[in-house]
Write a protein that binds this ligand. Structure first.
Ligand code: ZN
Length: 390
């Protein structure tokens, strides 16, 4: 192995050499979906991008322990349950099944372990009690809040909160404007020493990641919208509990835009994976997502998907033409090196695919000795199945 892989760490705002705690194992936690609806193309991007990082790390020889959660305690789940005459659990179970259906179609490797917030309530309660003991939490009325200032304030990921956050509301009973909920007594939900209620979202991920992976994670991945408040709050809770660094590399992928706007839960413009797959093969959707670096915004449009389809068909044709067993000649070796060094450089999947496109053009004109090996990298690392006959 030559140089180390570089990955962009949101904490430092720069590309860093990737060095996990254990030289053989990478511990990664990915924030999973809130299970009240089908997955849209934004979810596809988050999980496909992480999937490629994982596949790449495996190809470098690491064992990747990947834990991912389902947020199955949420008002939106309760609302949908009420509307459909189901229990919240039935709604959550349904959308967990739908999640697996979509991600399996997209060839996203399964996590080592999936956790559900609802199964971690006793651990979440323990954490909340501990934070109260340590003086990092306080009760006000029916809510237990985390005391941001007592814990040293934000700053792990968000450098200037005042500039970033507009309109944080002062709620009566909160000591500081950014204090967040650890437990809310609602009379419904889960029994706890604080009263029957529900936990705050941020504690859930701390409980699940620390329980499964330990006090320090190598990678914590999520969509960019999770940087604040979710990941900033997770980080502060964890540090208050252990005094240690919680995450070595915070990695965030950018949004998918539709007609210039971020797909949000409130707007109508959602492109569900399932609907896209009625028009395009999963391999084309994957190709489309991987044509851009995970840290750039991408605009969802039929034209750009059509472009990805053309590229995919070209790769497939070239892969079929180059199937064989011969060793790589110099030309193929050069392309393989370009492919791998693109991924080494903060997972530049777009550049890796450009190299494959160039190679495909070449193959459609002439023979390239051993080129099949590069298409096998496309399949194993980029996870784009080329369906070449054996
Ligand atoms: Zn999370």
């Amino acid at each position: 192995m030559g140089d180390l892989m570089k990955i962009f760490n949101t904490r430092t705002g720069s590309k860093e050499d990737f060095i996990p705690q254990d030289p053989f194992e990478v511990k990664a936690y990915v924030c999973g979906p809130t299970v009240y609806d089908l997955c849209h193309v934004g979810h596809a991007r988050t999980y496909i991008n992480f999937d490629v990082l994982k596949r790449y790390l495996i190809s470098l020889g690491y064992r990747v322990t990947h834990v991912q959660n389902f947020t199955d305690i949420d008002e939106k789940i309760d609302q949908r349950a009420k509307k459909e005459g189901l229990s919240p659990r039935e709604v959550a179970e349904r959308f967990i099944r739908e999640y697996f259906f979509d991600m399996d179609s997209l060839n996203v490797m399964r996590a080592t372990k999936y956790t559900r917030a609802s199964e971690y309530v006793p651990k979440i309660i323990k954490i909340t009690e501990r934070l109260l003991e340590l003086g990092y939490a306080y009760r006000s009325g029916n809510t237990i809040y985390f005391d941001v200032e007592a814990a040293g304030g934000f700053g792990e990921l968000v450098k200037d909160l005042k500039e970033t956050i507009v309109g944080e509301i002062r709620v009566q009973g909160k000591r500081g404007p950014f204090d967040f909920v650890l437990w809310r007594v609602t009379g419904e939900g889960f029994d706890s020493p604080f009263g029957r209620g529900v936990p705050g979202w941020h504690t859930e991920c701390v409980a699940m990641s620390m329980d499964t992976l330990g006090e320090t994670l190598d990678i914590h991945w999520g969509g960019k919208d999770l940087i604040y408040p979710h990941h900033e709050c997770e980080s502060l809770i964890a540090k208050a509990l252990t005094g240690k660094r919680f995450v070595r590399y915070w990695v965030h992928n950018d949004f998918v835009l539709i007609e210039g706007e971020k797909m949000s839960k409130s707007s109508g413009g959602k492109a569900y994976i399932r609907d896209i797959l009625k028009k395009y093969p999963a391999e084309v959707l994957r190709t489309w997502i991987l044509r851009s670096n995970y840290r750039t915004k991408i605009e969802y449009s039929e034209e750009s998907l059509e472009e990805a389809r053309v590229l995919y068909e070209k790769m497939r044709k070239a892969a079929a033409k180059s199937r064989g067993k011969e060793e790589m000649g110099q030309c193929a070796k050069d392309f393989a090196a370009t492919f791998m060094s693109a991924l080494d450089d903060d997972l530049e999947t777009g550049e890796a695919l450009s190299a494959v496109e160039e190679l495909s053009d070449l193959i459609l004109e002439r023979e390239v000795e051993g080129a099949w090996r590069i298409f096998s990298l496309v399949e194993t690392i980029l996870g784009i199945k080329l369906h070449t006959p054996p």
